[in-house]
Design a protein around this ligand. Structure first.
Ligand SMILES: [Fe+2]
Ligand SMILES: [Fe+2]
Length: 159
């Protein structure tokens, strides 16, 4: 079995059953958001809000005091919102991408969620680190993110 399968299965069921953020969780996420980002973050499905918050909390535990890293973790998957896919659609998009098959329409938007979210974050005035992690989080570390920061962010995303 591919080592990625348990991770993907967890994400699949996580999307299906994710509960809305509770008031304390909403406050924790809200404390990391700038006003121009609120609509972007709260416009996400519950599963993506929860994933962002869990990533942010993991980074806060690993790198106390690094608000920039916590924000990068919180906001990195914003672009998924634009594809508007549920659990099944996301699985199809992931399978098509893994098979290196051409992906149409919303599946392409899902595959490109990193750059799509980064563009929105840049337009909202987010700091370069936050936009850079959104843009590159499924690829290679860009020069603008230090190796130890990149490792902490990637570990949080894949926990
Ligand atoms: Fe992602
Ligand atoms: Fe993620």
């Amino acid at each position: 079995m591919s080592p990625a399968l348990p991770h993907l299965a967890r994400r699949f069921f996580g999307v299906l059953v994710a509960a809305p953020l509770r008031p304390g969780e909403q406050a924790a996420a809200g404390a990391l958001l700038r006003p121009a980002e609120r609509g972007l973050f709260w416009g996400q499905p519950a599963a993506d809000q929860r994933h962002g918050l869990e990533c942010a909390r993991a980074v806060q535990a690993a790198c106390p005091g690094r608000r920039d890293l916590a924000r990068a973790a919180l906001l990195h998957d914003l672009g998924k919102r634009q594809a508007g896919l549920g659990a099944v659609g996301r699985s199809i998009a992931t399978a098509l991408a893994a098979a290196r098959l051409p992906v149409p329409g919303r599946f392409a938007a899902y595959r490109e969620h990193g750059p799509l979210g980064a563009t929105e974050l840049e337009a909202a005035g987010a700091e370069p680190l936050v936009a850079a992690f959104a843009r590159h989080h499924h690829g290679e570390r860009p020069a603008g993110i230090a190796a130890e920061d990149w490792d902490a962010l990637r570990r949080a995303d894949h926990a």
